[in-house]
Design a protein around this ligand. Sequence first.
Ligand SMILES: *Cc1c(COP(=O)(O)O)cnc(C)c1O
Length: 383
Amino acid sequence: MLLYGSGAEEMTTAVRQGGKERDMSRVYNFSAGPAVLPEEVLKEAAEEMLDYRGSGMSVMEMSHRSKVYDTIIKEAEADLRDLMQIPDNYKVLFLQGGASQQFAMIPMNLMKKKKAGYIVTGQWAKKAYQEAGIYGEAVKLASSEDKTFSYIPDCSDLDIPEDLDYVYICENNTIYGTKYKELPDTKGHTLVADVSSCFLSEPVDVTKYGVIYGGVQKNIGPAGVVIVIIREDLITEDTLPGTPTMLKYKTHADSDSLYNTPPCYGIYICGKVFKWIRKMGGLSVMKERNEEKAKLLYDFLDESRLFSGTVEKKDRSLMNVPFVTGNDELDAAFVKEAAAAGFVNLKGHRSVGGMRASIYNAMPKEGVEKLVEFMRKFEVEHV
Ligand SMILES: *Cc1c(COP(=O)(O)O)cnc(C)c1O
């Protein structure tokens, strides 16, 4: 049985030096967010830092109304549309305020009848649900809080009131490591989804949603940018009274995300990541890669005598993999030793404890292989 990896010192060297293509100074970063970005993208941005393609300035320094920047944002949108095959009747908005700003913006813009349904599968869904309660009636349609959000409730035949404005889900639960494998049956109501931590991780049928949105710092770019993909008929003047101009989708849709100064540099990096994904082969290739990486880790967790996964197998996320040893001290020792060996940010969220490996698009397969090798070694030493 191939159980044991290389010795600790060799391991450290191997991780630090990595393959030929890896920068020697970089660690394997399993952070849930802000998270790892493709090294190629970072290098290209570094090369363009002082002089973006003959403009004589950095993208950080240029007017958002300049021709050069216009090309950057238009290309970013076009590449995203191509990747996700976004139909023409959907707008793509590059906004600010992170994913959390949308917790308010969604009800302010969509709660015409002041009533919306929320499926509460984790802390982010819960925050969105609570925020919606400020603006109208937020109906909890289902929840998995009874078992620390370790599963996705059956949403195939929910009791959904007729008069809801929309049904809201958080599609991949970053903290708990669960993901909807099938979208809920909303019984004809508009589906709104927070996809922050599974954005561009696999192909998606945009037409099934009214709104898809996500903060980009998990799988796409630098924190602060949130991308909202919204069906045009949902963009109206008819927002809740008192909705600020900046929080109306119509404001941003009418001016192609240039109503005010957008997070220019962040959008530029997102654009580079879109091109990187296209070059890699698009979302079906991302899905294959992500499935391969997740399988390595889950298969190991299923056979391990020390580590185990914390969520129901059928609901496992491809992006966020929480696991525990069952002993808090051992968990802490693991996190510490792993960091010393170049595997960083493996500590689980404070509400779950244990460990969490976030293995987003930009995490190379080699990073997961080496993590598993390190876990095997740790297991041998501690069981
Ligand atoms: C990280 C995260 C958020 C919060 O994102 P901010 O940009 O910090 O507001 C919301 N939803 C999900 C699913 C997340 O993973």
